[in-house]
Design a protein around this ligand. Structure first.
Ligand SMILES: [Zn+2]
Length: 333
């Protein structure tokens, strides 16, 4: 009786380890259990094999052949997402294992050198995709500095009505810098794949063709990054209207970059329901003039149990996905 109790205990522990290994898709554990199963397998030439060893062996081998092999899926798609602290503005950097790099937005102009220094510190020598989610100064101000320091493969911006194009110094400087580098402004809408590699996919979700708004923010590029099993959703400054237009899409994500620096007009409850994120990141400046993030948005995020990181409090926030889980590192924890 005691032997069976010991056997049951051992089998439970091994099953727990196996389940852990399986759900984390760690082949090491499962192969270890396969070997253990073979070693315990009763054989006539062994004098002292017990019945309990036979049962244990059967459990382990059954797990390996009927659970692990048919259901385990190899996962790739390692990536690092850095939400750079650029005060009251946005700058997100995506780094992939194949060496490809994407920069989403470039903060206000005074943060250009900071972004360049960061990219250099990461040993980045070229940028595959430079994306302006929309043409407001707090998103494009630093882009000319990036363009002058790094070779850029493609520049992407959203499709938006020409009458909403802002006539600002930031837009003029950006156009001059693009012209100098012989880069065209590639305008895209939702539904386009922007970058694809081993286990990762970056796609534009919005702006959709049906959007009709007088606010340039509603024509922001909303981007979805899938790294293995992890999903990041970057909403730029999109408001309720833009969120509403894409609710019919699969928006489920682990990480949501909270819309419009935490403004009241973004991150509706319907949108939060659809995304259901574990983590939220708010890119916002300390003591900013707009008193962002809005307390109602913070309450809403708390109601949905979203773990929030803020660049004004946490500094630069770095998230690393190994394709299965996400680890978070903050400049100021
Ligand atoms: Zn903004």
């Amino acid at each position: 009786m005691r032997e069976y109790r010991n056997l049951l205990f051992t089998a439970s522990v091994l099953c727990f380890i196996a389940a852990y290994g399986f759900f984390n898709t760690n082949p090491g554990f499962s192969v270890f259990l396969l070997i253990l199963g073979i070693l315990l397998f009763p054989h006539r030439s062994r004098k002292n094999y017990g019945k309990e060893k036979g049962i244990l062996s059967a459990v382990l081998l059954s797990f390996y052949f009927f659970v692990y092999l048919p259901f385990s899926v190899p996962v790739s798609g390692e990536c690092t997402v850095t939400f750079l602290d650029v005060g009251q503005g946005d700058c997100t950097i995506l780094e992939f294992m194949d060496g490809k790099t994407t920069v989403i937005d470039g903060g206000l102009s005074q943060y250009g050198t900071r972004i360049v220094s960061f990219l250099q510190s990461r040993k980045i020598h070229r940028i595959d995709l430079l994306i302006a989610t929309h043409l407001h100064s707090d998103h494009i101000g630093g882009l000319p500095d990036i363009l002058s320091c790094f070779p850029v493969e493609r520049f992407i911006e959203p499709v938006y009505p020409s009458e909403l194009s802002p006539d600002t110094a930031a837009v003029r400087y950006l156009k001059q810098a693009l012209k100098k580098e012989n880069l065209t402004q590639e305008a895209v809408q939702g539904g386009r794949v922007l970058l694809e590699g081993d286990g990762y996919l970056l796609e534009a979700v919005s702006p959709v063709a049906s959007i009709d708004s007088l606010d340039l923010n509603d024509y922001c590029l909303i981007l979805k990054l899938t790294c293995g099993r992890n999903v990041f959703l970057f909403t730029a400054d999109a408001g309720y209207l833009a969120e509403l237009e894409i609710l019919d899409q699969n928006l489920s994500a682990d990480v949501l970059k909270i819309g419009h620096h935490g403004s009241f007009g973004s991150t509706s409850t319907a949108f939060l329901n659809a995304v259901s994120p574990k983590y939220g990141v708010i890119s916002v400046g300390t003591d900013n003039d707009y008193e962002l993030p809005n307390p109602y948005v913070l309450n809403r995020l708390q109601d949905y149990n979203v773990h929030v990181f803020r660049t004004d409090q946490n500094g630069t926030v770095t998230m690393h996905s190994d394709g299965i889980s996400i680890t978070v590192q903050c400049e100021k924890p």
